[in-house]
Design a protein around this ligand. Structure first.
Ligand code: NDP
Length: 284
């Protein structure tokens, strides 16, 4: 039976450290603030936004919530982003994705000041990550890295396979593993012989969005398996991209869903907000 990588415990520790840092900043008159913008009624997004606001409270970060109707015009959202860019109380801006279809997500991401881009989705921050000289890391991949590190495995020289190439998870994840000297392969829907490639992985990261996509025969004995997927099963329960029950018998360490990567994403958002506050107050 594999080591269970406890995302709740690791994220709790990160949030506690962040809370201490925020209290110290507050003593110096700096109050980190995060603006969270939700457009529309997507139920999953509502839950994410509410969890992010709760985490702000726990970390003593000021949170500013903006809930806009589904039919908000792109121009109106751009104006709000511009107002938040100029607001000194707001150090980080998070626009919850996905946005309604009539709004161009890239336009909105590009409008957020790179210094307040705590999701690290702005092209400037994406470029910095590519170069390896960054202020913010995208929250989910950064959370995955912290979970891999929590197992004590040394990434350097390891075969790493990332399934998924989204801008939010797969691509930056691969880049972070590369920065740590992993030998990285990115797989996607056009990949041939995917199970064979996955079987070579010492570290396997699944970010596909398909229930139980990674089966035990795709996993090398002793691998570290990070499951980013969040899928809702027919019975209403959440499950990851990995067939957890079968894979846990084979691998060395595995993240559960829920309780793995999910809580880490929020903890990293808190960390990024503090980093943003420090940068904007010339402390970094
Ligand atoms: P996307 O849908 O943007 O990307 C999915 C990727 O999986 C694509 O690159 C796609 O390939 C690839 N893929 C799809 N089907 C296959 C297949 N049959 N074989 C190989 N590759 C395949 O999703 P995201 O990256 O945004 O998210 C992935 C998962 O992670 C989702 O379940 C999402 O809910 C979850 N997630 C969880 C977070 C957390 O905090 N825990 C945060 C963000 C996401 P192609 O590019 O060729 O289409």
């Amino acid at each position: 039976m594999a080591q269970l990588i406890d995302g709740k415990a690791v994220s709790k520790q990160i949030k506690e450290e962040t809370a201490k840092e925020v209290l110290a900043l507050r003593e110096q008159g700096i109050v980190p603030g995060l603006a969270v913008v939700l457009v529309g009624e997507d139920p999953a997004s509502k839950v994410y936004v509410s969890n992010k606001q709760k985490a702000c409270k726990a970390c003593h970060i000021e949170s500013f919530g903006y809930v806009l109707p589904e039919d908000t015009k792109e121009e109106e959202l751009l104006q709000l982003v511009e107002t938040l860019n100029r607001d000194d109380k707001v150090n980080g801006i998070l626009v919850q994705l996905p946005l309604p279809k009539h709004i161009d997500e890239n336009k909105i991401i590009n409008a957020i000041s790179p210094k307040k881009d705590v999701d690290a989705f702005h092209p400037v921050n994406v470029g910095k990550i590519m170069i390896g000289d960054y202020d913010f890391l995208p929250c989910t991949p950064a959370g995955c890295m912290a979970l891999i590190d929590s197992t004590g495995v040394d990434i350097s020289g390891k075969r790493c396979v990332v399934i998924g190439r989204s801008n939010i998870v797969g691509k930056p994840m691969a880049m972070l593993l590369l920065h740590r000297n992993g030998t990285v392969t990115i797989c996607h829907s056009k990949t041939k012989n995917l199970p064979e490639i996955c079987r070579q992985a010492d570290i396997l990261v699944a970010a596909v969005g398909r229930e139980k996509f990674v089966t035990a025969d795709m996993v090398k004995e002793g691998a570290v398996v990070i499951d980013v997927g969040i899928n809702r099963m027919e019975n209403g329960k959440l499950c990851g991209d990995v067939d957890f029950d079968a894979v846990k018998e084979k691998c060395a360490a595995i993240t559960p869903v829920p309780g793995g990567v999910g809580p880490m994403t929020i903890a990293m958002l808190m960390k990024n907000t503090v980093t943003a506050a420090k940068i904007q107050n010339s402390m970094k």
